[in-house]
Design a protein around this ligand. Sequence first.
Ligand SMILES: *Cc1c(COP(=O)(O)O)cnc(C)c1O
Length: 254
Amino acid sequence: MSSLVSSIRENYQSTLDQIADAARRSSRDPNEIRLVVVTKSQPIEVVQAAMDAGVRILGENYPEEGVRKMQSLAGQSGVEWHMIGHVQSRKARLVADHFALLHSLDSLKLAQRLDRFAAERNRVLPVLLEFNVGGEESKSGWDASAEEAWGALLPDILFILDLPALRVQGLMTMPPLGTDPEDSRRFFRRLRRLRDHLAVQFPRADWHELSMGTSADYPVAVEEGATLVRVGTAIVGARKYKPGGPVDKSEVEA
Ligand SMILES: *Cc1c(COP(=O)(O)O)cnc(C)c1O
């Protein structure tokens, strides 16, 4: 086994162990939590090594980069590809065609386009709704920072729940960057409370997924109810080139 594979395998296993510990601390079943290994901006060799190390779910931020990687690794089954980054409307078709789950549905316009493209392929695309629980200008997602204003979100959500080729499964957030994992806790709690609120408003819809937590804070996210954590650097190391850049090692080194 290459040293890259064994180091990823070790990091992956220790992340799974910490997820299980955090689940037990909060009296949860560790099997409710899925680990998405984020390989955005990592070369294809790293993605291959993650697959060889036993990773089951890969997360990518840029549709084109993700699809290029899928295509160069085609034929190796058993992994699921998730889109976790902001998707521009003009990239909607790539997502509708290729990804198993979109974590980051953040606008009505994108929802309508995804619905149309998924319908054209006779598929139903599972999605999570992204909320900006910290109210930062720079973050995607519906602003859910003020709980007293949650009522204003309901028309958009109702509209999305009615789109026949999308299947909402829960919520996702990316909290403000803190200096301590504990800084994220109140934001994760807010997302969970929002989920509970929506489950009362729309009881027939599926709200079971909470995608929250990265390398910086995933144990806290698990304690607060995460069912999907998105961990990159803690497993596959620092990103090798700037977001959206080339995926071939030769291009990186050129
Ligand atoms: C990059 C990214 C992650 C992973 O971040 P790490 O710090 O590498 O664990 C998780 N979620 C989203 C939306 C990201 O863009």
